[in-house]
Design a protein around this ligand. Sequence first.
Ligand SMILES: Cc1cc2nc3c(=O)[nH]c(=O)nc-3n(C[C@H](O)[C@H](O)[C@H](O)COP(=O)(O)OP(=O)(O)OC[C@H]3O[C@@H](n4cnc5c(N)ncnc54)[C@H](O)[C@@H]3O)c2cc1C
Length: 375
Amino acid sequence: MSLIAEEPELPYQRPPLSKKYLAGEMAPDRLLFRHQSFYDEHRVELHLGVKAVRLDATAHQVTLSDGRQLTYDGLLLCLGATARRLTCPGAELAGVHYLRGLADVEPIRTGFKPKARIVIVGGGYIGLETAATSIHMGCEATVLEMADRVMNRVVAPVTSDYFAREHRAHGVEILCDTRVVRLEGEGRVERVVCADGSSRAADVVLAGVGAIAATALASDAGLACDNGIVVDEFCRTSDPSIFAAGDCTNHPSLRYARRVRLESVDNAFEQGKTAALNLLGRQVVHDRVPWFWSDQFDNKLLIVGLAEGHDRQVLRGTPESRSFSVCYLKGRELLAVEAINHSKDYMAARKLIAERAPLNPDKLADPLIALKEAV
Ligand SMILES: Cc1cc2nc3c(=O)[nH]c(=O)nc-3n(C[C@H](O)[C@H](O)[C@H](O)COP(=O)(O)OP(=O)(O)OC[C@H]3O[C@@H](n4cnc5c(N)ncnc54)[C@H](O)[C@@H]3O)c2cc1C
């Protein structure tokens, strides 16, 4: 078994990169999934710091950036995603950062000095988590979001409002409906200019404006790609000896009867496991209700399911209590829940969504009735 990875480090988890690790509160070796001894013991040959630059699906051969060629019987592509880049004038200035990998962290952390003015472009998870961490490190933070509310793609307005309030209460300046048009500075970024002519002084700019599935290796090899490498429920690509898993895939969600591309740890783990079993000749279907978490200050946001297609939202509890959930229903069927500081609702929702249990919306709206009892 060979594992090829462009990054030089042993495989590691990314979520702490915007949270505790960025804050300097987590030792680097705690990021690792496994230590070297695990790979040795399981006879996994690591090719770290080399990129797979060419895939020849006919010859079953992968060419590496150091010129070597590896032949495979089965291949699993877990290529992940790359941070979307800013394209406005000034985007190339020093002091403009993206956060995707371990190597990105040190330069960002160096700039996060007490009182440093951090301007974050994008009010999604990465932007907001980084804003919270920068405040924790004593910086001043401004978040510029193009949409009318933060995390607008993934949560209900009530949840966006709650998180915007939490950030403001900690001193983050959040500006919505604000589009960045230009970055200015003499060699290094000094200012971020917005479409309405306003500007913010910046010592560091962090752009959290989304991620793009890494598909080049697959598409150049002729594999079907469409916002991700297209796979079936067995994680198989359009080539039967090549599988793909994680952020790079466009895969069928059986629960929701549509194709999705997800950026979540759980999906990467579970799809990876399923793909590995299928590579070994089993016939295992990837069938998960997706879930995701985000930590911002002392808040934990847990999202389970996909809300698209809902016809009703039910709020359980109140934002004022700092613990509430938003339930998305289609008829009586629960499609998704976003639970804010409410792991019980999240746990119950995972089960109810998977089972498609018909719910009673009146019971659901009563936070004193446990979610699992709202059937
Ligand atoms: C800062 C940050 C915070 C996050 N926080 C959360 C969170 O709180 N909760 C959550 O659920 N998810 C979170 N995520 C998302 C989560 O980390 C990803 O969904 C997960 O890492 C996806 O795993 P993956 O294996 O599909 O891809 P990746 O983790 O991106 O790994 C892909 C790897 O493939 C390598 N690679 C790509 N092309 C090649 C090639 N041609 N040759 C060799 N190697 C190659 C890349 O360098 C990379 O190391 C976060 C992500 C980031 C960046």
